[in-house]
Design a protein around this ligand. Sequence first.
Ligand SMILES: Nc1nc2c(c(=O)[nH]1)N[C@H]1C(S)=C(S)[C@@H](COP(=O)(O)O)O[C@H]1N2
Ligand SMILES: [Mo]
Length: 202
Amino acid sequence: MKDSEPEIIRSPHTFREDRIPPGQRPAETLRVLHYNNIPSINISNWSFKITGLVRNEVEMSYEEFINLPRLRVISDAHCVTGWSAFDLEWEGVSTRTIQELSKPLPQARYVMVHSSDGYTTNIPLPHFFSPDSLFAIKLNGEVLSVEHGFPVRLVVPGLYFWKSAKWVAGIEFMKDNKPGYWERRGYNMRGDPWKEERYRTD
Ligand SMILES: Nc1nc2c(c(=O)[nH]1)N[C@H]1C(S)=C(S)[C@@H](COP(=O)(O)O)O[C@H]1N2
Ligand SMILES: [Mo]
């Protein structure tokens, strides 16, 4: 039996009248951007770990991860440095599926995303569990390139693109908010582009 194509949705932000957030300029496509080198990942050792305030801690191999139910999302990406890219088609695993598997405890309010290059970023759960947030394994129909985050990258279309961590190795559910890599260096603890939350104000 041939697998049916995964469900496809459009991120609600792509329907906004102010589709381009304040202070952003349209770019032709995604630019490759990361603070450090591309990590070298051996897919046979790679795993995706879910830890912290959860009922079920989870550790999955790549094989297990790509066999989870899939979703496709068409969304835009807004980098805090000022460029925006439009109508990107991501395919991967919904954060809602991750929620069902790990069952976060009621005290959990934030997630810290941990990446193989040492990058981290913190995200409030309402944004993380937005119906258009997913752990992508494909971009525009192709398996992710290493530059764009192979094997798995997070995509949270409702926040600036620095929250969309590439090369994700695990996520950690937390009660208290903690800053990630850029947040410790002055970037906003939430990062809503339509509110222009670029820098920390606390
Ligand atoms: N692991 C990791 N993820 C990361 C980054 C990084 O340095 N390391 N940079 C972020 C920033 S600032 C941006 S704009 C996007 C760029 O994604 P792209 O290279 O796929 O365009 O990745 C985000 N995710
Ligand atoms: Mo960015």
